[in-house]
Design a protein around this ligand. Structure first.
Ligand SMILES: C[S@@+](CC[C@H](N)C(=O)[O-])C[C@H]1O[C@@H](n2cnc3c(N)ncnc32)[C@H](O)[C@@H]1O
Length: 215
């Protein structure tokens, strides 16, 4: 008789991380430093970072935007996939987070490719228009603004460019959404699925990664 396996999701994640997304010394240092500096443990997981890295690489992205820097963890995965003359603009409202991320990008030797913009992303994004169009946009900040971030992304992505969003499932709360954050994510997912300018999907890894390819 065939054996059935019931494996805990965290064991599966560990397995995937071990084989496909092992953190080097720099990424481990970034996570440890972020903890020591009191930053919340809300970065992407290694297997998500690796997927972002692969997508950036796959489309030969040169110019990327990240909304939500935190301590620079996902930013390093993104920046490492860009060519030497590539650019990552990463936006965060917190000067403290930006300071931790600055040290992380130095340590990862990607500072030459990364600009950190401190302030409310809803305001700063419009100042970024002139540097576009962009190849890749990663959304991972305040949930209520996801729909606005999507509007900006669709207008500022090149054809074939990709927009990705973290926490798209909200642990399933988007199915029958209640509360501002979950309602915003449900609206965001509906638009990724229905907007004719995008080819959309929602990958059920981690807490969900929504992906839209600009047509
Ligand atoms: C989930 S964390 C980002 C994690 C990061 N992408 C990673 O995986 O390493 C969300 C970040 O968004 C920032 N943030 C929240 N509201 C924002 C806003 N209105 N504009 C810019 N950044 C904001 C927070 O300060 C926080 O650092």
């Amino acid at each position: 008789m065939r054996k059935r396996f019931m494996t805990d999701q965290s064991e599966i994640n560990e397995y995937v991380n071990r084989w496909f997304a092992a953190e080097d010394e720099v990424l481990q240092w970034v996570q440890q430093t972020s903890r020591e500096q009191g930053l919340p443990p809300i970065s992407v997981q290694p297997f998500e970072g690796k997927l972002l890295h692969m997508l950036v690489h796959l489309i030969g992205a040169r110019k990327a935007v990240e909304i939500g820097t935190l301590g620079g963890y996902s930013g390093i995965w993104l920046a490492r996939a860009l060519p030497d003359d590539g650019q990552l603009f990463t936006l965060d409202i917190s000067e403290k987070h930006a300071e931790v991320a600055r040290a992380a990008f130095e340590r990862a030797k990607v500072s030459d490719k990364v600009e950190i913009w401190v302030g409310n992303a809803n305001e700063n994004l419009h100042r970024l228009d002139a540097s576009g169009p962009f190849d890749f946009i990663f959304i991972d900040a305040d949930k209520t603004s996801y729909p606005q971030y999507l509007t900006w992304s669709i207008e500022n992505l090149r054809k074939g460019g990709i927009v990705c969003a973290h926490n798209a499932l909200r642990r399933g709360a988007v199915i029958q959404p209640e509360g501002e954050d979950n309602l915003a994510l449900a609206e965001f997912n509906r638009r990724i699925a229905e907007d004719e300018r995008l080819m959309g999907h929602l990958l059920t890894i981690g807490d969900g990664l929504a992906v839209g390819v600009r047509k």
